[in-house]
Design a protein around this ligand. Structure first.
Ligand code: MG
Length: 267
């Protein structure tokens, strides 16, 4: 499962709106790195892999907090938000009513590991609630995971779009081009989800979706991570991209990501 991670790595060098808002750029350079989006995606993935598929809310949340704190502390300079890094080191971490896009960028494993859309959304909600328990934070995570589930189980993009509008009420009327015009760094779910969704819906391959997301500017690594997670549900990721992306990861991060077989890659 490399969809979110590759988007994070590719978008990393343009974060804080440092790019030129174009789809023409080199995917991997020396200035790329994995960031908090990858570390937390791995922490959530590890938790969901290690717990029973029918685990209770209490069990899952407890394990999520343990793994998110453990990995967060092992990679403390990955670029967390100031409130989240405080959460990572807190003795008794509590949710802090965040609507930040951190809930959506880490959730992709929930889109792959469960047999129903209802369970997918329930688990996605719990992964958000341990820190990002504002309704918009929860909504962002549920939506990102639901899109992956729908994409990987054969829904068309039109069906996915309709579901997202009906269930989550995101405004998807702006085109990629219109969104690009109002680029700015914004770390909210309310800003990032529609952008990631339109990047996915308007893309024609995994790589194209990532290029769409990064071209929007702003929080490019997280837009890449959310859109990349969705795109992996729908498209095969080119083997060469996975090979290149893995060069940026540590052994333990790679190992956990390889444990979720998406059937979309040859890893
Ligand atoms: Mg980041």
């Amino acid at each position: 499962m490399f969809g979110a991670t590759l988007g994070d790595i590719i978008g990393s060098r343009f974060e804080f709106d440092r790019g030129n808002h174009t789809k023409e750029f080199q995917l991997f350079t020396k200035r790329c790195s994995f960031t908090d989006d990858t570390v937390m995606t791995v922490a959530v993935a590890k938790t969901l892999l290690e717990t029973d598929r029918n685990a209770s809310e209490e069990e899952l949340k407890k394990a999520l907090i343990v793994n998110m704190q453990k990995l967060g502390r092992r990679y403390p300079y990955a670029g967390y938000g100031s409130r989240f890094i405080h959460w990572v080191f807190a003795k008794e971490p509590r949710p802090y009513n965040s609507w930040g896009n951190g809930s959506a960028m880490r959730v992709s494993a929930a889109g792959w590991l469960y047999d129903s859309l209802e369970r997918t959304r329930e688990v996605a909600r719990w992964t958000a609630e341990v820190s990002h328990n504002h309704p918009e934070g929860i909504k962002g995570a549920e939506c990102a995971a639901a899109v992956i589930y729908l994409a990987r189980t054969g829904s068309t993009k039109e069906e996915i779009r309709e579901y997202v509008i009906k269930e989550f009420d995101y405004d998807l009327h702006e085109s990629l081009e219109e969104l690009r015009k109002r680029h700015r760094h914004d770390e909210s779910c309310m800003d990032s989800l529609p952008k990631a969704l339109v990047s996915f819906l308007e893309g024609n391959s995994y790589e194209d979706v990532i290029r769409n997301a990064v071209s929007l500017g702003g929080d490019t690594d997280t837009l890449g991570a959310i859109a990349g997670g969705m795109a992996e549900g729908y498209y095969e990721i080119p083997e060469e991209m996975i090979k290149q992306g893995k060069e940026y990861l540590t052994e333990e991060l790679k190992e956990i990501l390889c444990m979720i077989d998406t059937g979309r890659t040859d890893e």
